[in-house]
Design a binder for this molecule. Structure first.
Ligand code: 13P
Length: 277
């Protein structure tokens, strides 16, 4: 098995009515947990990072680590930039060895998003890298308040996918990033209509806290990549707090302190991978 792009993972998943989990890592332990969970479930996986990490002057080292994890895994793994914020970030991620990128122009006017995504897609494809685009911005829960989430339309999704040449498309059907303050209203019927209009695999952002039966229904409607960050990182963090609480001021080497939180994260991720497949 190997380092792959989204193209080796998502079209076949869409065809089979399943999805590949895409999990945001931030360090060695969370990256290792994603790989361990995927290997335990014998499932492909996507390991991805928040775009803000691209501004870290040592990001190239994280890229090498993620790539090495992917190359050595017993399952197929794509190394992906989540929500790339500019063309320059896309170029940088590709320079750092990512096999896949996202260019997120969803907050731009539609035509500008289309033009910028097309430019990023051309560059990615010249370098053998897959690319995800986004229309109909999936917002942050924390900034949402009582506002309605703007939903994507099948027509704009079809035009965007055809004209940009993206390999996967994130669309808005009612999810939001981060924990929900109230039960989200997810438009599964809209998911089906977008699937019928668009041949590329669809991407569900804001996986944390989205009801599991809804996630399953959405996967059956062409969503072949499901992003989860908050709930898996929170499971890891909660365990770190618990382990630190047990120390009572004593020193434990950091690698030993991280054993239990990593196991907790692996367990959580295994459940998600089972749900998506
Ligand atoms: P959550 O943090 O809500 O799981 O969203 C993750 C995501 O969509 C990353 O792009």
């Amino acid at each position: 098995m190997a380092l792959v792009t989204l193209n080796e993972l998502l079209p076949v998943a869409r065809e089979q009515g399943r999805a590949v989990g895409a999990f945001n890592i931030a360090n060695y332990e969370t990256a290792k947990a994603v790989i361990m969970a995927a290997e335990a479930e014998d499932s492909p996986v996507i390991i991805q990072i928040y775009q803000r990490l691209m501004d870290d002057p040592h990001i190239a080292a994280l890229g090498v680590m993620m790539r090495k994890f992917a190359e050595d895994a017993s399952v197929d793994v794509a190394v992906h930039l989540d929500h790339g914020a500019s063309y320059e970030q896309v170029v940088k991620a590709i320079d750092c060895g990512f096999s896949s990128v996202m260019y997120d122009g969803s907050q731009l006017p539609f035509e500008e998003n289309l033009a910028q995504t097309k430019k990023a897609a051309e560059y990615a494809h010249q370098h053998g890298v897959s690319i995800e685009g986004e229309i109909g911005h999936v917002p942050l829960n924390s900034t949402l308040g009582d506002a309605m989430i703007p939903l994507s339309t099948p027509e704009e999704a079809a035009r965007f996918a055809n004209e940009t040449g993206v390999d996967a498309l994130a669309v808005s059907i009612g999810t939001a990033h981060g924990y929900y303050s109230k039960t989200p209203v997810i438009d599964v019927a809209l998911a089906g209509k977008i699937k019928a209009a668009v041949s590329v695999p669809l991407v569900l952002h804001g996986g944390s806290g989205t009801p599991h039966d809804t996630v399953k229904a959405v996967i059956k409607n062409g969503f072949a990549k499901v992003n989860v960050a908050t709930e898996f990182q929170h499971a890891f963090e909660t365990s770190v707090y618990e382990e630190m609480g047990k120390l009572n001021g004593k020193f434990v080497p950091l690698d030993k302190l991280m054993i239990v939180p990593t196991e907790v994260a692996v367990k959580h991720l295994c459940q998600l991978i089972k749900l998506f497949s």
